[in-house]
Design a protein around this ligand. Structure first.
Ligand SMILES: *Cc1c(COP(=O)(O)O)cnc(C)c1O
Length: 359
């Protein structure tokens, strides 16, 4: 029996996608082989890769002048590749600190440049987003980096910051494809696949072509975006199977009506969960209302002692992986695109019943 998997990542995938992958496992459309066994340079695989890119471009309405790269190394390697490639002769970069993932990006960037933390929500214990008007941006910064959705804290920006001529860089690992975005506002977007896109092992980079080509001297060829841009992400063997599954997810999203339709569903799912938490008088979410994530919903119970009981009983009802991140404790329900609305309904029902018995 499949459970509702609320894991933050690797995370739930659409059942339809898994079924299709299963059907195609031994023989991909008459090729006589599994996608896993295909040469990445063969006609069959190239058609899979190109279709995935075309569908992603269509879903996000990516304007001309942007490269889409399918890379490895996770979002964590982007914490290094961004400064390595985007400093372009400058010495400083602006970062906004809204929690655990921003902090990791900042620490890594410090190895390559002077980091100006232009705004931080540390005073609120990372339960909000600093308003744009309070940011102290440096006009000489090479770029501005932020984390639109903090996967651990469950904090999401309700706006896309304006940064003038300084390129805006976004770690969208846990929010890309949750809603439409205006890609033209960004210099570079990156996202690890295992949250809202597909299996682990793949990271997607969408970047302005004019930002490519000024890597720091002495860097490995694999860390230069130009290497991948010039070789259609096939300088070396790409993560072929993850790319294929991501393609199936893009196709699923298109058939669902694209990102406008997806956004409506996501907003409704998140709304149901937050509304119940707020009304319950039992559960609590500490995040400022306008900054609450649609994708990751942390919540606490009135006593820590109840956590283990909650998790055990939830698991028995097929509600899996609700444990919060070790750094914050409590619970976290990740309700990415692939989590059906029935999963959120089942969670809310269980929470109600649990609160009645333990309140
Ligand atoms: C999960 C996550 C990362 C790290 O991703 P890896 O693929 O494990 O390197 C970085 N940023 C955000 C926002 C994340 O959610």
């Amino acid at each position: 029996m499949r459970v509702y998997n609320f894991s933050a990542g690797p995370a739930i995938l659409p059942e339809e996608v898994l079924q299709r992958a299963g059907e195609e496992m031994l023989d991909w459309r008459g090729s006589g082989m599994s996608v896993m066994e295909m040469s990445h340079r063969g006609k069959a695989y190239l058609s899979i890769a190109r279709q995935a890119e075309a569908d992603l471009r269509e879903l996000l309405a990516i304007p001309p002048g942007y490269k889409v790269l399918f890379l490895q190394g996770g979002a964590s390697l982007q914490f290094s590749m961004v400064p390595i490639n985007l400093l372009r002769g400058k010495r400083t970069a602006d970062y906004i600190n809204t929690g655990a993932w921003s902090k990791k990006a900042i620490d890594e960037a410090k190895r390559f440049c002077e980091v100006n933390v232009a705004a931080s929500s540390s005073a609120s214990k990372f339960t909000t987003v600093p308003p744009r008007a309070e940011w102290k941006l440096n006009p000489d910064a090479a770029y501005v980096h932020y984390t639109p959705n903090e996967t651990i804290g469950g904090v999401e920006y309700p706006f896309v910051p304006e940064t003038g001529n300084v390129p805006l860089v976004a770690d969208m690992s846990s929010t890309l494809l949750s809603r439409p975005i205006d890609v033209s506002k960004f210099g570079l977007i990156y996202a690890g696949a295992q949250k809202n896109i597909g299996p682990a092992g793949l990271v997607i980079v969408i970047m302005r072509e004019d930002l490519i080509g000024e890597v720091l001297p002495g860097m490995p060829v694999m860390l230069d975006y130009k290497t991948h841009a010039e070789n259609e992400s096939m300088y070396n063997t790409p993560p072929t199977y993850s790319w294929y599954i991501a393609g199936l997810v893009f196709d699923w999203l298109k058939r669902l009506g694209g990102l406008t339709a997806m956004a409506k569903i996501n907003q409704r799912k998140a709304g149901k969960l937050y509304d119940y938490i707020d009304a319950s008088g039992f559960y609590r979410n500490p995040v400022d209302k306008p900054c609450r994530s649609w994708m990751n919903v942390p919540f606490t119970l009135p006593e820590e002692a109840l956590d283990a009981v909650f998790l055990k009983e939830a698991e028995a009802q097929g509600l899996s992986t609700l444990q919060g991140h070790r750094s914050v404790g409590g619970m976290r329900a990740s309700i990415y695109n692939s989590m059906p609305e029935t999963g959120v309904d089942a969670l809310v029902e269980f929470m109600k019943e649990f609160a009645k018995r333990n309140g």
